[in-house]
Design a protein around this ligand. Structure first.
Ligand code: B12
Ligand code: SF4
Length: 522
């Protein structure tokens, strides 16, 4: 049987990183079946085109995964495919939280023939077998323990994802028109992929707005260090062979949740020479350890995503995230920046103690810290989170099924001290100010003593991150952006060329000395 795994596009950015679930399920599919992957973020297709594709390929089962944010799109795609007679199974966080919605048991239309609840590592092969035998059931769920909770898959036996041979072309982050020029630079920058790798699952912190503790559970499970390192080494080899760049996103929700274990993993990565540039999510409270930050740096850590949420401790308490202290943020970022590691700092507006002006107040503080890449969003009640339940009880949900009428950056409930429109405006202001050409120049000035390669990568990251809120897809948009930042680009280019010439001169001098020494010896 041929199986299509499909991830709908997120409606904002086209291209960032492949979704791990697709590659994982592909690797877990019994070998007699063929699996095709399509990520709508990288390969845009209309619903008609997708139906036609499935007809031509004679697809026997379609698996669709989606976060809450893109579930409405996922339902539309599923509807078109089911109308054309294909069998659709849906999985992922949203349908786990709202299975009745996907199955049409809540009075709404039905979108899926079957749903996979929770982690599907151990149920996927059953779904495939049942679909192949024409006996697909409605609900697939992991086995339950004595307390009625899902038995979570252990990650000690992790499947082999063949990153070394997979066609990743659709995920290259380098715009096509830059590729010929960039492939000649240094070790080669004609292709740049970010690849997701998980080293563990689960987070016990239970922040009020987060689905992770509910979905993956509060017991943390890890892969073996050997299996993570083996995956890294294969990626490293591929990057070298293709004269491109591969960075890794360790997608664990809190990579340092067990600091002792992370330190051992990072030491093992260093010992095996498996370093690739990497980014990961780590909460601020776990980044106070100098030894850990040293190891992060030595093992290739470049960017750390930190869910800072708010600079107001009252807000942090209101979402059960008291363990992360705004008063620590500056010190944490400075500690990272000392090692040329920068932070992606995530903030949420529209919390209960936020008032208008929160963007200006927050950005002012951010600008006084070592520069990073701030990202801004609004508080969103995802289904099955404690936040959703609280707001529902308080009668504050304006759009209880906000995902069915998805509106970017529009809150689904009214914050206590500002309006929904205010919150949207605050988010907009924070993005515009943080990624303006002036701010980009200022951020680079703040790290002027860092080696040029770090400053270039910082600038490039800023230009890409801006795209989360202001997507730049077309050549014209890119050129305009580069024009706006021309002073910074010119400065970096001049210095880059100077450094490169100096390095080339030094190399020549060393070669001449070596030649002279060799001549004298013969
Ligand atoms: C990596 C990641 C991202 C990446 C993008 C996704 C990517 N390309 O991988 C980035 C950083 C861009 C991102 C952004 C966002 N993310 Co995110 N992200 C994650 C993260 C950390 C890992 C995802 C992952 O790969 N997990 C590992 C895989 C193995 O797990 P999985 O995807 O759940 O898949 C398993 C099962 O769900 C199931 N399954 C999944 N799909 C399917 C499909 C079928 C057919 C079947 C049978 C089974 C199945 O099988 C898999 C194996 O067991 C998760 C948290 C987490 N730990 O999952 C949050 C998470 C998915 N993100 C979340 C959110 C909210 C967001 C944002 C909306 C945040 C924001 N406010 O901006 C944005 C929106 C993204 C956008 N614009 O598209 C929420 C989603 C909650 C929800 N109910 O939708 C999560 C769960 C985190 C959280 N704090 O609650 N994210
Ligand atoms: S620390 Fe991160 S992953 Fe863990 S519960 Fe809080 S927001 Fe979710």
């Amino acid at each position: 049987m041929k199986i299509l795994l499909y991830n709908p596009d997120n409606g904002i950015t086209r291209n960032f990183m492949p979704h791990l679930w697709m590659f994982l399920l592909q690797a877990l599919t019994p070998k007699e079946h063929e699996v095709i992957l399509i990520d709508g973020n990288a390969k845009a297709m209309t619903r008609e085109e997708l139906v036609e594709f499935c007809r031509q390929e004679n697809i026997g089962l379609i698996g669709i995964g989606a976060m809450t944010r893109m579930v409405a799109r996922a339902y539309k795609v599923a509807d078109s495919l089911r109308e054309a007679g294909f069998k659709v199974v849906m999985g992922g966080p949203h349908v786990t939280e709202c299975p009745d919605e996907a199955l049409g048991r809540d009075g709404g239309p039905r979108h899926a023939d079957a749903v996979a609840l929770g982690e599907a590592d151990e149920t996927w092969h059953l779904i495939v077998e049942d679909a192949a035998n024409g006996t697909l059931k409605e609900v697939y769920q992991p086995e339950l323990d004595a307390k009625g909770n899902d038995i979570k898959p252990g990650l000690q036996e992790y499947p082999h994802i063949p990153w070394e041979t997979l066609d990743l072309e659709q995920f290259s982050l380098v715009p096509k028109f830059f590729r010929p020029m960039l492939s000649k630079m240094g070790a080669g920058w004609g292709k740049f992929f970010v690849v997701p790798i998980e080293t563990g699952r689960g987070c016990p912190y239970g922040c009020e707005f987060c689905t992770v503790t509910g979905f993956f559970g509060d017991s943390i499970r890890f892969r073996t260090n050997e299996s993570v390192i083996e995956e890294l080494l294969r990626l490293k080899k591929r990057a070298k062979e293709e004269r491109g760049q591969i960075a890794v996103f360790f997608i664990d929700d809190n990579l340092a949740i067990n600091k002792k274990r992370l330190k051992v993993l990072l030491r093992d990565i260093i010992a095996a020479g498996a370093q690739l540039p990497w980014v990961a999510q780590i909460s601020a409270n776990l980044l106070k350890d100098e030894e850990l930050v040293d190891l992060i740096s030595e093992s290739g850590g470049k960017w750390i995503f930190i869910g800072m949420e708010s600079i107001d401790p009252e807000n942090m308490a209101s979402v059960n995230k008291n363990f992360s202290k705004p008063s620590d943020y500056k010190e944490v970022l400075d500690r990272l920046a000392k090692r040329n590691i920068y932070a992606i700092t995530s903030f949420i507006f529209g919390m209960d103690n936020d008032t208008t002006g929160v963007a200006a107040r927050t950005v002012e503080q951010i600008e006084s810290w070592s520069p990073g890449l701030p990202v801004f969003g609004q508080l969103t009640p995802f289904p099955a989170t404690p936040l959703y339940t609280r707001l529902e009880k308080e009668g504050r949900l304006k759009r209880p099924k906000h995902w069915l009428e998805f509106a970017p950056f529009v809150m689904a409930h009214t914050p206590l001290k500002m309006s929904i429109e205010d919150a949207k405006e605050e988010v907009n202001q924070a993005w515009s100010r943080s990624y303006s050409p002036e701010r980009n120049a200022e951020a680079l000035e703040m790290i002027k003593d860092a080696p040029i390669e770090f400053r270039i990568s910082h600038f490039v990251a800023r230009v890409f991150f801006r795209g989360i809120y202001f997507p730049q897809m077309k050549k014209r948009e890119w050129l305009y952006l580069l024009f706006q930042n021309r002073k910074t680009i010119l400065g970096l280019t001049k210095e880059g060329v100077k450094t490169w010439r100096k390095a080339r001169k030094n190399k020549k001098q060393i070669e001449t000395i070596q030649q002279v020494n060799a001549d004298e010896l013969t």
